[in-house]
Design a protein around this ligand. Sequence first.
Ligand code: CTP
Ligand code: MG
Length: 365
Amino acid sequence: MKIYSIIPAAGSGERMQALQSKTLIPIKGIPAIYMAVKKLCDFSDKVFVVIREEEQKSFSETLKGLPVEFVKGGATRRESVQNALNKIEDLNSIVLIHDGARPLISKTLIKNIIATAKEFGTAVPAVKITDTIKRSLDGNYIGATVDRSELYTVQTPQAFRADWLKEAYFSFSDSTTDDAALIEKLGKKIKMVQGERENIKLTYKEDIALAEKISGFSFPTVGFGYDVHKLTEGRKLILGGVEIPFDVATHAVIDALLGASALGDIGSLFPDSSKEFKDINSLSLLIKVNNILAEHGLMPYNIDVTIAAQMPKLFPFIPAMRKNIADALNIKEEFVSVKATTTERLGFEGRGEGIAAYAVASVCR
Ligand code: CTP
Ligand code: MG
């Protein structure tokens, strides 16, 4: 039985007051829509993302590499979903509908929803209400206390047999914000699945901070990098992007980032036997590495570099190095530390034969 996913993301986000689709807003650096679509792709035969035409370019860039088909949105959520539903012909399938504005959906919930829909023909994630509910007729004074024991809030993804969903959409023209409501009207029983409190919908501005908080508990991975450069008379010296053809500081940072991401090392990714990389500026390499991390859903969190050099005094160059590294990685300078030390004239650094750099990087998923 095939699984189709419809992800409506064509709303105007009035309550969010965002300048572009609220689903493009990053949560801890990753666009909300990417988080939602990526997870659903793993469980779907086909994923339809419903968007506003004028945002096609932004969505194509954001979802680059993911196997999705874009569908033109409508004036209401209902119309948006319907436009995608019209593209599904296989009546013997399950259709999942998931708000593009719910990035924190878990794979476990997706699996439960699919399994339940396969068995019952319907599946809707529901969460029991925990606050006491009051009714007010005038918005000023409480009129009554409502018994909450039978009350639930429902979320997405909701999943239904394609034939029932199509029949419901064909039979009723209600502009509902919830697909289950139409299936209810059709007289089908809707099976509830335990929803997840983290599965919030980005509706108001403050939901962005909340989503970041909820998703912020994953521990970063940490990597270590080390690089040495032999000092030769008459050769330029650059550290952290501040003049030298062989930049030990940036090379150590690259290895630390790749280490934290378990993606190999600078030598394997950018062999200096290759013409393309032989004399490439180290900060350009760092930008390339940052892009490679992003392709794997990773982003640098912080960097700490220690440069061991007897000469020259590096202190005056440190602010510029921090800025260069932070800019290349698109993170704030306060997350980039560069320190320098002499080795008290001991070892190769102390004798002025070379410079070494040690870097630690942490990377978040
Ligand atoms: N949606 C859609 N087409 C519409 C309206 C909404 O595809 N015409 C999508 C939204 O992009 C969102 C989901 O449906 O992913 C849930 O809707 P909601 O949270 O209400 O988003 P908006 O309608 O964009 O926000 P608002 O109601 O505040 O304008
Ligand atoms: Mg809306």
